[in-house]
Design a binder for this molecule. Sequence first.
Ligand SMILES: Cc1cc2nc3c(=O)[nH]c(=O)nc-3n(C[C@H](O)[C@H](O)[C@H](O)COP(=O)(O)OP(=O)(O)OC[C@H]3O[C@@H](n4cnc5c(N)ncnc54)[C@H](O)[C@@H]3O)c2cc1C
Length: 381
Amino acid sequence: MMRDAAQFNPLDPGDSRVTRPAFWGALPERWTSEVEETLVCCHVWQETHDVKSFFLRSPQGRTFSFEPGQFLTLELEIDGEAINRCYTISSSPARPHTISITVKRVPGGKVSNWLHDNLRPGVSLRVLGPAGEFTCARHAAPKYLFLSAGSGVTPLMSMSRAHHDLAEDRDIVFVHSARTPDDIIFARELELIASSRANFRTSFVCERVGARTDWSGVTGFLSLPLLKLIAPDFMEREIFTCGPAPYMKAVRDLLDEAGFARERYHEESFSFETLTTQAEAPVEQPPAESSAETASFKITFAKSRREIQCGTHQTVLDAARQAGVRLASSCSQGMCGTCKVKLVSGQVDMKHSGGIRQREIDQGMALLCCSKPLSDLVVDK
Ligand SMILES: Cc1cc2nc3c(=O)[nH]c(=O)nc-3n(C[C@H](O)[C@H](O)[C@H](O)COP(=O)(O)OP(=O)(O)OC[C@H]3O[C@@H](n4cnc5c(N)ncnc54)[C@H](O)[C@@H]3O)c2cc1C
């Protein structure tokens, strides 16, 4: 029998036009960026005036497996330029069929603005990951304190969502700082989680009230007396912090003042400047008598026809910088993949943090920011 549009009943399983998501039934295979490099945007949600969440799914209907707090690397081409950026997965690993990233517009920023202006349902992205070690999943504790500011809320939101979805028996206090009440990302969802779980409390600290006249929360900056008021037992908690560099320094200073044990403190920076500064700190020179460590290898850049020496104790990127060879790089931590190159010949000792696929390593690619030479190298640059 022919059915016309008027007779179409989306709840009728007998109607061939009823499309069923691939995940109804047995759980499909897991997504891995080794096998399937692209994801498709399936939903966009405006969180605040300058923050959007982008929901992504696998074109093959694969599910996602990650630890809450981990990030993805987007491999984009904007105006003909290859450009990589890392974004934390803000969704819960307990909802494995889609994955979300939550992006704040950075004034003058290339990728955040491109995503806000161009990423809409149906658009595909090349994605690498998940990667990262900033996760409470690796630090079991009965009590946590999550401290975040601005877009630094994303990894802690994923951890909070996981806690809620899995009905975890752990106690969490989540203190989020924002410029104004209108800048609080996920405010309603955090309040909802707090209202439905006795072991989850949330507090917002706003620099100023902004346009809102109904703000009854705290204004000012997070301080030790304020933290003691919000979480009197904070010294007993495992602490996870994410936010802009000055915020994280303020948190470290106040925890140091309180005598908090650094082993139970974990932080993640979104700022490559912070990461690069750490990475560019003077490299400890090996003792002069150790000839193995002072040895160096010849690095040849095939396209630019430059030759430099690189010590076995330093990364190829550091040696290239010292010799004035300009190479694209960003995080200096083996995370973002910006300095990925093809090695024409030679071997390196590479300690990356998820910025390269195993398949790419097998094809002779390397990240120069985290690779030390084990032989003379010829680089396709
Ligand atoms: C592990 C990790 C996780 C992250 N997770 C998130 C997340 O969940 N959400 C999120 O929003 N962000 C996240 N970030 C940050 C994100 O990766 C980007 O750094 C951020 O979106 C800005 O990128 P952009 O391309 O828009 O800005 P960029 O183009 O990198 O610019 C950044 C700033 O530098 C300025 N600038 C750029 N070029 C120049 C120049 N030549 N001279 C002077 N100034 C310049 C820009 O004006 C801008 O102010 C994360 C970062 C890391 C490392």
